[in-house]
Ligand binder design. Structure first.
Ligand SMILES: [Zn+2]
Length: 568
């Protein structure tokens, strides 16, 4: 009965279109394509017509040709696949841009390679200037360094190789840094310096610091770097930030991303983003979560809320906070101790009372709350806070508050996501790149029951949105899509195959669900009349090709608001 209704509705709509002549002429028409619309019926089309930034018709070539006028631009897709533009639901735009500009260590295979890259960078850097890099990950190296603490190398070799420039190398997770002696000396940190609350200065059994700083301990060094930056004038700094933003936008377009949920920028950075939107320099649609101090949140939230600013290129209506750290650096907050570190359960990085206050601020100012939670304890605590707020405000039935990552869940909490309408904002590619250490940290049983349990969440009715957490991972949606539908590691191993998403589910997690997670499902996320003309053209049909071909699929074109902004 249901499907019959859908057919009837479709026929009525076609009928309506046919009476509606003469047709207005489109600015852009795509013909001869394999168009995956993701409308309610998940139907396919071959053609689409666009006027200004909006889709005016979707259908067959025959139907859409009627919209061709004298000045219509026509693209023959030659059978290629078109999907609604990819929505990256959790990444860091400025961080992504920075990673493209700064030293990129994501592909380094071992500690020697990391050092070699820093040495090469130091050759083009004046003595005293800082060298900033990111993306190393000791668990992904093919050889273990000679001397280690908790798997981390000592900085000894780096100190010898680069003695005159302070160096900060961020861990791929973003939750630890490795620095050289020059940086440590400038920050006046010694073996006797105590770890700050919520952080850890990694020391060996003799109490000697090895050069790694975790969580809040990073600030001991980072503050020194910020001080160095503050010597530059604010105009120089803003110009640098603008360069980073533009570089992040370009990288996104190359990867077929048309909308980007930026997981935490300060109000000051948001001002720069807004200025760039005004100058028409932001070419993808940004959904920016505010990530700032409690003091600034209290003061500014009321003035910053904006929805669809600059023709739907900037929305500020959500807040990003952190309840815990990452699993790799053992900062994720667990109910039971780590399998590979006795008595250690990770930690909360923000006091619960502060999280509670931010939640109240979100409520009062009409913002969505997006909380980073990795460990099962972190997830439970935040769900408790959300549940409490929701139950006291039953007149609001559309909170859509999010848990960013929701990586490791206690069986008891899986159901709560759908029950509370909380969105798990997960990253397919995290699953396969973290897998090598997930079982080490959690043990087999806990990993099987609760790590990246997409199937269980979806079957229970949760709406998962997908992303990459770039620059933690490569921003490519196709790589993350591949991880989501295969859960296959580089080694060929598959990480708990029962929890895979289907192709269609994975595509929705990267399009319509991302739109839903931003309250935007009425304007984007599917290819339908009246929605924004945001499309990604792919070289292959990722719903039907064999698994192994997904990674060789290319983004041929990225179209945002009817404009072709990337083409191969
Ligand atoms: Zn993140």
């Amino acid at each position: 009965m249901k499907s019959l209704n859908k057919i009837l509705i479709t026929l009525l709509m076609i009928g309506f279109n046919a009476c509606n002549s003469p047709k207005e002429s489109a600015d852009l028409v795509l013909l001869n394509g394999n168009i995956i619309t993701l409308n309610n019926a998940d139907s396919k089309a071959t053609a689409v017509a666009v006027k200004s930034d909006t889709i005016i018709a979707v259908g067959t070539d025959y139907q859409i040709k009627e919209f061709i006028g004298e000045s219509t631009e026509i693209i023959d897709l030659k059978g290629k696949t078109v999907i609604p533009g990819f929505i990256e639901s959790h990444a860091h735009l400025i961080g992504l841009g920075k990673s493209k500009i700064n030293l990129d260590l994501t592909d380094t295979q071992n500690w020697d390679e990391v050092i070699a890259k820093v040495v090469a960078a130091s050759e083009n850097t004046k003595p005293g200037d800082w060298i900033i890099g990111r993306g190393w990950h000791q668990e992904k190296w093919n050889t273990v360094p000679h001397k280690t603490v908790n798997g981390y190398p000592y900085n000894t070799m780096l100190n010898k190789a680069v003695p005159y420039n302070p160096v900060i190398l961020s861990h791929a997770s973003g939750h630890a840094i490795l620095v050289n002696q020059k940086a440590i000396d400038l920050a006046e940190v010694t073996d006797s310096t105590k770890s700050p609350e919520g952080g850890n200065i990694v020391k060996d059994e003799n109490g000697q610091i090895i050069g790694v700083f975790e969580e809040t301990a990073e600030d001991l060094i980072n503050n020194k770097y910020l001080q160095y930056l503050s010597l530059q004038n604010s105009e120089q700094l803003n110009r640098q930030t603008e360069r980073e933003i533009i570089s992040g936008v370009d990288e996104s377009l190359k990867n077929g991303i048309t909308s980007f949920h930026d997981a935490g920028e300060t109000f000051a950075k948001i001002d720069i983003l807004k200025k760039l939107v005004d100058e028409n320099k932001i070419k993808i649609r940004l959904y920016v979560m505010v990530g700032d101090t409690l003091k600034n949140l209290r003061k500014n939230l009321v003035n910053y809320k904006t929805i669809g600013y600059g023709n739907n290129f900037l929305t500020i209506r959500s807040i990003k906070i952190y309840i815990d750290g990452a699993l790799g650096s053992r900062g994720a907050w667990l109910l039971e101790p780590y399998e590979d570190l006795q008595d250690h359960r990770g930690l909360t990085v923000t006091p619960l009372s502060e999280i509670r206050e931010v939640a109240e601020l979100a409520l009062t100012n009409g913002y969505q709350l997006c909380t980073h939670a990795i460990g099962d304890r972190g997830n439970r605590e935040i769900l408790d806070i959300y549940e409490d707020i929701f139950s006291q405000n039953t007149s609001i039935n559309n909170f859509r508050w999010r848990v960013e990552h929701a990586q490791h869940l206690s069986t008891k909490d899986i159901l709560r996501f759908s029950k509370l309408g909380v969105i798990p904002a997960m990253q397919g590619v995290h699953c396969t790149s973290d897998a090598p250490f997930v079982i080490k940290r959690l043990g087999y049983k806990r990993a099987e029951e609760g790590a990246y349990v997409w199937r269980k969440l979806i079957d229970n009715g949760a709406i998962i949105c997908n992303g990459t957490d770039a620059p933690v991972e490569n921003v490519s949606p196709l790589q993350s899509f591949y991880s989501t539908v295969t859960r296959q590691l580089k080694s060929g191993e598959i990480f708990f195959k029962d929890q895979k998403m289907t192709r269609l589910e994975a595509l929705k997690s990267y399009t319509i669900n991302g739109a839903y997670a931003a309250f935007e499902e009425n304007i984007k996320g599917s290819i339908e009349k009246g929605k924004l003309a945001d499309f990604t053209v792919l070289s292959k049909d990722i719903l039907t090709i064999p698994d192994k071909e997904i990674l060789s699929t290319e983004v041929l074109m990225t179209i945002v608001g009817g404009k072709i902004l990337f083409a191969k």
